[in-house]
Design a protein around this ligand. Sequence first.
Ligand SMILES: O=C(O)[C@@H](O)[C@@H](O)[C@H](O)[C@H](O)CO
Ligand SMILES: [Mg+2]
Length: 402
Amino acid sequence: MKILDVKVIVCCPGRNFVTVKIVTDEGVYGIGDATLNGRELAVASYLEDHIAPCLIGRDPQQIEDIWQYLYRGCYWRRGAVTMSAIAAIDVALWDIKGKLANMPLYQLLGGRSREGVMVYGHANGADIAETVEEVGRYIDMGYKAVRAQCGIPGLPSTYGVSGDKMYYEPANADLPEENIWSTEKYLNHVPQLFNTLRDRYGFDVHLLHDCHHRLTPIEAGRLGKDLEPYRLFWLEDTVPAELQERFRLIRQHTTTPLAVGEVFNSIYDCNTLITEQLIDYIRSTIVHAGGISHVRRIAALAEIYNVRTGFHGATDLSPVTMGAALHFDTWVPNFGIQEYMRHTEATDDVFPSDYYFKNGYLHVGDTPGHGVDIDESLAAKYPYQRAYLPVNRLQDGTLFNW
Ligand SMILES: O=C(O)[C@@H](O)[C@@H](O)[C@H](O)[C@H](O)CO
Ligand SMILES: [Mg+2]
């Protein structure tokens, strides 16, 4: 069996996606996602110009060998562009293997470990009152877990707060927007939000919060401590995580569970965090961390240190990643939770899938492979549109973390 073609499809049904389609000489094909928000065309070129020529004629069944070939063979290891490109190929090959075996992916991985995948939705509002209402809306839709983000008095805009409540989309400008940030204002405000949420909804619903890498370790320790009475499911991305040792200080100061990893792309980004048990949830996701073949190594390491998975699932991860992630979540023993931001109808039309939401859980279907396809002629109607994530500045103009 041979790979005949590696197609790279870039489309923008409301937002940009980079998709790979690997076609074999036996007619079976597989689909993978390579979307890297705000840097899409770099990955598309990596795939088209540098990976595709090496794959033609290879046996698509040799997933591990192809992974090693692309990782070790390029010499320049790791990095978001490389690992997203490898991920797309890897997921497409797993999709092919599932189709050849006539099995859904979760069966190939080791079978079902749970009935459904608990997901969390995104509630956000301009102020505490609006955020509380939005959390209620998610609870009414059946969600067992809700992330709450709220506007901060005195700041014109804040991470996670958007006009469109259902389809949050941070990459919204032809050139990066500039946000303004104050850690002091933020740290004073957030505990009030969770105090109000617990007063209103009690302790049965899981509540989560994302700091988007904006704190120092000692500030993170303080916020974690201030939030302890409200029993968060997790506090996410408190500090920038290039330096894993930073988490030692946070951990000394709070028992609030910590999650990190959406920007990581390899096991080497989180080995200290996992082996020293400095975090509770690892968020590294299939599309940005080398695909199923690599993320299963991260999950296996995490399992022996009591760290659970909590994959990134924002709208910039295409339904292909969501489908693959849900199969992984259905199998992986140390599953924690899955982020779920709904895609727009236009996106769902371009990427037909068989997963569905019911009572706070997502469920995979039994279609062989990962169960997500791409409608290429529809995709062609939505050409690429340049879009950037915002940047962030302190009130005095200093460039800060977004
Ligand atoms: O937790 C999350 O979902 C976020 O941090 C994302 O919204 C993130 O900002 C985007 O995926 C960036 O592309
Ligand atoms: Mg996040």
